[in-house]
Design a binder for this molecule. Structure first.
Ligand code: PEP
Ligand code: MN
Length: 338
């Protein structure tokens, strides 16, 4: 449930409400919004006496939150969450582009990619050091050496860096290197991994599971947030449907649905959604028009030789051209792009 405070409620009023709720061992989440302050309550509400709460000074009303996710719920936090990165903010007016190779293959390949994405106007360099491949015989990533290369690329370019983590051990190692942890589609319901990412305060990019409903996805975000990490960015990356013309089916409606249900930023990954570079431009434009807060795009200096996901990777020139086109869409949607 949430306790909505009156417009003129004072800090003392809010403190009194918090005291009343926490004395029964429930957790509160105070969200001081631009319009109104909301005190979210998590835990066994049967212990609370709503008449007592309603009678407290500054309380406007009590509203039930029927959804199982609370901290990720827009009712708990009516204003959009803006996540601070070293060189940008995610969830505000500015669109944030994350780009780079599927996998970190070598220092040279990564540095070339970093220069390309910086030149195109991306703020965040992506690169997988732990690769969750469909086949165990495919390239599995450079692991910690890959993270070191990512950190060097950051020092060289000023880009923030994001890497996928596939195990609790990888979370602990990557926490020493990256600005953002990525939880991949295949691990969206790996609850121990979500909890480990939640114990860090590092922003987490949470990709939608291959067959996950939006409710399951928001509950996965809740696992991270309930461990004390409010910095979650959702990423729509395509879902499994009967359609085989594209690698997955990009669920464009996920963007407005998430915006209506959650305060968390959402970005779209058209590369993994479609699997083919020729569709990336159209899907990127659609994502921005639908209200996404940014994009994740695979860029490789030489896609034909990529060790993973070459067919869905743009080369540096293609990325630059796309970024120019996206500026027009961004402006039409009252968003800005670097
Ligand atoms: C990736 O971003 O490299 C990746 C493996 O994505 P997903 O988890 O969406 O398949
Ligand atoms: Mn990939």
């Amino acid at each position: 449930m949430i306790i909505v405070m009156k417009h003129k409620a004072s800090q003392e009023d809010i403190a009194q409400v918090t005291k009343e709720v926490t004395k029964f061992g429930l957790m509160v989440n105070v969200s001081e919004g631009s319009e109104v302050t909301v005190v979210g309550v998590v835990g066994d509400k049967s212990k609370l006496n709503s008449d007592v709460i309603n009678s407290l000074s500054g309380v406007d009303k009590i509203v039930a939150v029927t959804e199982s996710y609370k901290l990720a719920n827009k009712k708990f936090h009516p204003d959009p969450t803006i996540i601070e990165m070293p060189n940008c903010k995610i969830g505000g007016k500015e669109l944030v582009i994350m780009a780079g190779p599927c996998a970190v293959e070598s220092k040279e390949q990564l540095f070339e990619s970093a220069d390309a994405v910086l030149g195109g106007g991306a703020a965040i360099l992506r690169g997988g050091a732990y690769k969750p491949r469909t086949s165990p015989y495919s390239f599995q990533g450079l692991e910690e050496e890959g993270l070191q290369f990512m950190q060097e690329a950051k020092a060289k370019t000023g880009l923030s860096i994001v890497c996928e983590v596939t195990s609790i051990q990888a979370v602990n190692t990557a926490a020493n290197y990256v600005d953002m942890l990525q939880i991949g589609a295949r691990n969206m319901q790996n609850f121990e991994l979500l909890k480990a990412a939640g114990k860090t305060k590092i922003p987490v990019l949470l990709k939608r599971g291959l067959s996950a409903t939006i409710e399951e996805w928001l509950n996965a975000a809740e696992y991270i947030m309930s461990e004390g990490n409010p910095n979650v960015i959702l990423c729509e990356r395509g879902i499994r449907t009967f359609e085989t013309a594209t690698r997955n089916t990009m669920d464009i409606s996920a963007v407005p649905v998430i915006k209506s249900k959650s305060h968390l930023p959402i970005i779209v990954d058209p590369s993994h959604a479609c699997g083919k570079k020729e569709y990336i431009a159209s899907l990127s434009k659609a994502a921005i028009a639908a209200g996404a807060d940014g994009l994740m795009i695979e860029v490789h200096p030489n896609p034909k030789e990529a060790l993973s996901d070459g067919p869905q990777s743009l080369d540096p020139q293609e990325f630059k051209t796309l970024m120019e086109e996206l500026k027009i869409i961004a402006a039409a949607c009252n968003r800005t792009l670097l």
